[in-house]
Ligand binder design. Structure first.
Ligand code: BG6
Length: 491
């Protein structure tokens, strides 16, 4: 059983982009769960905003369909109707004045409440929306604004967006989402590191050989070609999700779980990253683009055919060797890789410990592999610790690698809530711990920019890889040059 969720006071949540993919696939199903668990109280208002001229009833029909599609057809009708009863709709165009006064009047109707404005829109209208909210006094002390990543496409544009947001909402009212931070298994990383005495003494360059972070997807760019082709894997995944994971692995123990205690430590990690630029990009980075191949059991087109832009040089795969310039991690590579159309959907962090200093076993015992701690973020969430053991029975002392294997599903037997469930309720409660602070976002761009610039200056197209494989062979070479290999579960 899941622990009972503590109720939050009635609040208003406005989703700009209320008919869009994020709202329909993620936010509304997440809100349904929070309502069904009793956390969202009747009297709260969930308001979809988009340009389409829809009635409340039209919008209800869309939300019903989306929630059922996402969560299954057997939802209790009473709960679903109760949830739909919280939902309203406003047609508004962020760039035009029409409708904003009526919208503002409706929002001012409950002045004592927390009011969340979730910008599930394209980033180019973040600022116009925030300005209109400010002009109508909707940036009051109980208001919060939520923006999706990526914030900008480089340091300069991110700074401009942050400055403009900052003119409308104070930093403590601004919640920059990186949904990876809301994943249960990502939060478990903090629990594992700081809730156990076992790991921390070993968590440094003296005992850890290297770290791997993989976020692999089987999907292609789907319906998001327009956005994706202007972004690419480094901006879409590395600058945010992968760097946030790296920060949680590498940060110093914060003094508490206070929002700024954790975010201060993450910021120090980002600032300690060794630059990858024109001088070392060829050794430390690989970018790839998928060609036609097979994925999810069927033939799939290559990226260029899929997006219909044969000249595109956008990367759909990145592998990097990152390093941190600090005492704890000096000399420990962090190998990062992410890509679309890879053979399986898997996100995991692999910590490989150093080899034993001396073996007392003869050659007949077999090879002694270093210990590995594998944190599986999705799917099949769990933790594995690979250890050497004696193979049972006679025949001499033979050693075999075996994993202590903990599956969260088996250990806890509870539903793993979606990241957005936690994050949305944290915004309502005003807890920014799992959101990116402005300086973090900018530090992450400051590191990513020179990589992008080096690729641009190099004039090479991304290296091709066949859809359904683990990226270009150069990604294998990137790690094998250092005498290491990408982790495979059975390896
Ligand atoms: C998003 C990216 O932030 O994360 C997508 O924009 C990616 O390109 C997605 O597919 C992956 O999220 P998850 O939760 O499915 O691992």
């Amino acid at each position: 059983m899941t622990a009972p969720a503590s109720q939050v006071d009635p609040f208003d949540l406005v989703i700009f982009g209320g008919t869009g993919d994020l709202a329909v696939r993620k936010l509304l199903p997440a809100l349904y769960h929070r309502y069904a668990d009793g956390q969202i109280q009747p009297g709260s208002r969930l308001i979809g905003v988009a340009r389409d001229a829809l009635s409340d009833a039209d919008y209800h029909a869309r939300v019903r369909e989306a929630v059922v599609k996402s969560l299954g057809a057997d939802l209790p009708e009473e709960t679903l109707s109760g949830f739909l009863g919280l939902i309203g709709y406003h047609a508004l165009d962020a760039r035009k004045d029409a409708g904003w006064d009526a919208f503002a009047a409706a929002m001012h109707a409950s002045p004592e409440r927390v009011c969340v404005f979730y910008l599930a829109t394209s980033p180019d209208i973040f600022v116009p929306i925030c300005e209109r909210l400010r002009e109508r006094g909707l940036n009051h002390a109980r208001a919060r604004v939520v923006v999706e990543k990526p914030i900008g496409r480089d340091l300069q544009s991110a700074t401009a967006i942050n400055d403009a947001l900052g003119r409308c909402f104070a930093e403590q009212q601004t919640f920059r989402i990186d949904h990876y931070l809301g994943k249960e298994t990502v939060q478990n990383l903090v629990a594992l590191r700081f809730g156990n005495a076992l790991f921390e003494p070993l968590w440094n360059a003296g005992h850890i050989d290297h770290v791997q972070i993989t976020v692999a997807e089987t999907i292609g760019v789907e319906w998001r070609a327009g956005f994706y082709d202007g972004a690419g894997a480094l901006r879409d995944m590395v600058q945010n999700h992968l760097l946030q994971l790296l920060c949680l692995v590498a940060m110093e123990p914060p003094a508490s779980l206070a929002p700024d205690a954790i975010r201060d430590e993450k910021l120090k990690v980002l600032r300690a990253l060794k630059p990858i630029d024109e001088t070392n990009a060829a050794q430390c980075s690989v970018r790839g683009q998928y060609r036609a191949g097979a994925s999810n059991g069927g033939a799939v087109p290559g990226y260029l055919e899929e997006i219909g832009r044969p000249e595109s040089r956008t990367e759909t795969f990145v592998a990097l060797k990152a390093e941190l310039r600090n005492w704890r991690w000096a000399g420990v590579p962090f190998y990062l890789r992410t890509g679309k159309r890879l053979p399986e959907r898997v996100s995991e962090i692999v910590i490989t410990f150093r080899a034993i200093p001396h073996s007392i076993f003869g050659e007949s015992a077999g090879q002694i592999s270093p210990n590995k701690l594998v944190l599986r973020l999705q799917p099949d969430e769990g933790v594995k610790l690979w250890l050497m053991n004696k193979y049972p029975g006679p025949g001499g002392l033979r050693l075999r690698r075996v994993a202590l294997d903990m599956s969260f599903a088996e250990a806890f037997g509870v539903r793993n809530p979606d990241a957005y469930e936690r994050l949305l309720m944290d915004v309502v409660r005003g807890n920014p711990t799992l959101f990116m602070r402005r300086d973090e976002v900018e530090a992450a761009w400051a590191w990513a920019d020179p990589i992008l610039a080096a690729w641009e200056a190099g004039h090479d197209a991304p290296k091709g890889y066949t859809a359904g494989t683990w990226g270009p062979s150069a990604a294998v070479a990137l790690i094998e040059r250092d005498g290491r290999t990408w982790h495979e579960d059975a390896s």
